[in-house]
Design a protein around this ligand. Structure first.
Ligand code: CU
Length: 126
């Protein structure tokens, strides 16, 4: 009896092999290379084909399988690690856990000292 279920599962996974892809672009708040790593790592999940976030434009580009994930879920994954997206805001709790230099809501606070800090934006100390 159990092998019937296994066969059904196999059949299902074969069907879902023909998945549709979509590519979306949206704003994600962040300030530095650490944010980039965090955002891209958050999108390292099944269903995401490619994920990139640009520190200068604050734009995320995500290619994903539409049968596995929805656009909403992708925004949620990013919000879950503390970054506001164009659609979903991170909760204050997760945001509070971000590294000091990644606190994009309070520019002018601690500055980044990471090796990725070659961007010259408006958050120089002083
Ligand atoms: Cu950061």
């Amino acid at each position: 009896m159990r092998y019937v279920l296994i066969l059904m599962a196999l059949a299902l996974s074969t069907v879902s092999g023909a998945q549709k892809k979509a590519e979306i672009e949206f704003q994600v708040s962040g300030v530095c290379g650490m944010c980039e790593t965090r955002i891209e790592k958050a999108l390292d999940v099944p269903g995401v084909i490619m994920a990139e976030w640009d520190v200068e434009t604050k734009k995320a580009t995500v290619a994903y399988k539409t049968k596995v994930l929805s656009e909403e879920q992708i925004h949620q994954l990013i919000a879950n690690v503390g970054h506001d997206t164009a659609k979903i805001k991170a909760t204050d709790e997760v945001y509070a856990n971000l590294h000091g230099c990644c606190k994009y809501r309070e520019l002018g606070g601690e500055s980044c000292t990471g090796e990725n800090e070659q961007d010259h934006d408006d958050r120089h100390p002083e």
